[in-house]
Design a protein around this ligand. Structure first.
Ligand code: DNO
Length: 388
């Protein structure tokens, strides 16, 4: 049995329908009850309803992405206990419906961060992009963070003034909105919230955030082990500190630390090649070899970095990530498993008829259809070679 081919669905509001997903050839769905505010308990009835909706389309709800970890837990403030209890209730409800693979992240305040959601590639397709100078413009001119100027490399800082002067008011507003966006269907954070959080996380630092993650994992360990729930932490995207916020899931060392601190089978990883791959410090093959035993879910996507570390999301099989090598390792791991590993084509270009349509950034249909088709072919090819 091969890997489980899945597809992220943002729910009934997603312009990409379950029927589209079926036609794309996926068998599994990755979704969440995005309408529920972070930290609230997911009611059993709503989980059942969502599961039935997916089953009716001939698909299976394979992974929850994500049950968001409330900021109270990440910062371990006085409300952490309340939100942990809610988290456990949600996990229990999901588990009682047979949904046992859960993705989450431990990135402070912001989820994934880009500076542009629609750069045009040479072939006319649109892709997501991260640019250090744009981030520094936001940091120094919009956020006006005191420490900003000591954070960036000189090569970045040298370009800030010129970039800022040439930037239209509209582009500056767009840049801010993109950075503050978070998960599209869940609403972003305000500039004020971000400023306050930066102060809070300054005191917590990397060591404190690591402790808070361990505390979170220990608080759900017993339940997860009892219920057979597999938790998969999503790497930081991008995998380096930004805007003064600490990062704890950005490298091989980080992931090994997380697995070792709570050394139990439920504590696993969502191996996101695009997120980890955006860091020049990461050798993905080496990372997957080191942590593969606890990889229970994979996001397959590629990126191309330039000398400054700016990156855009490239074709799934063409970029800095050696996708054939990663796929070979995943196929090999999967063969040893009782439970197949689900993967999804992560993000995709805006292509063909999707260009200009209202879609969730990175999650239009045709680009992911292409990505899934390529990845499926790659898996099949590798399987044939491995048999020989
Ligand atoms: C972006 C996604 C992330 C991811 C969360 C997991 O496309 O990969 O938003 O779902 O970080 O918690």
């Amino acid at each position: 049995m091969g890997l489980i081919q899945t597809w992220r669905w943002y729910g009934p509001e997603d312009p990409v329908t379950l029927s589209d997903i079926r036609q794309a050839g996926a068998s599994g769905v990755v979704t969440a009850l995005h309408q529920i505010p972070h930290g609230d308990v997911w009611p059993l009835e709503l989980i059942k309803e969502r599961k039935a909706m997916i089953a009716q389309a001939g698909l299976e709800w394979s992974v929850v992405e994500s049950v968001p970890v409330h900021e109270a837990i990440k910062t371990r403030n006085e409300h952490a206990g309340f939100y942990l209890e809610n988290y456990r209730k949600t996990l229990r409800n999901l588990s009682s419906c047979g949904i046992k693979t859960v993705c989450y992240n431990f990135m402070p305040v912001l989820d994934w961060t880009r500076t542009d959601l629609r750069i045009t590639l040479d072939n006319g397709a649109k892709a997501l992009y991260f640019d250090w100078v744009d981030l520094a413009v936001f940091d120094t001119k919009v956020l006006k963070r005191a420490e900003a100027s000591s954070f960036y490399q000189a090569s970045v800082l040298n370009q800030v003034e010129e970039r800022y002067e040439k930037m239209s008011k509209e582009r500056l507003e767009e840049l801010s909105a993109v950075i503050l966006m978070g998960v599209p269907t869940e609403g972003g954070v305000s500039l004020e919230d971000l400023k306050q959080s930066i102060e809070i996380y300054k005191k917590i630092g990397k060591a404190g955030l690591r402790e808070n993650l361990v505390y979170f994992l220990e608080s759900i360990a017993e339940l997860c082990l009892e219920e057979g729930i597999q938790m998969t932490i999503h790497p930081d995207d991008p995998p380096f500190p930004i805007l003064g916020l600490p990062r704890i899931a950005s490298s091989k060392e980080d992931l090994e630390y997380i697995l070792a601190e709570v050394d139990q089978s439920f504590n696993g990883i969502c191996f996101c090649t695009g997120s980890l791959g955006a860091g020049g410090h990461n050798d993905l093959v080496e990372i997957l070899k080191a942590v593969g035993e606890r990889v229970y879910f994979a996001h397959l996507r590629n990126i191309k970095k330039d000398a400054m570390g700016n990156f855009y999301e490239s074709d799934h099989l063409d970029g800095d990530v050696d996708m054939p090598a990663i796929m070979t390792l995943l196929v090999t791991l999967n063969k040893k498993r009782k439970q197949r590993i689900p993967f999804r084509p992560d993000h995709g270009h805006e292509l063909l008829d999707d260009i200009g349509k209202a879609t969730n950034p990175g999650y239009s249909a045709i680009g992911r259809l292409k990505g899934l088709a390529e990845l499926r072919g790659l898996e099949l090819g590798i399987n044939c070679t491995l048999k020989d």
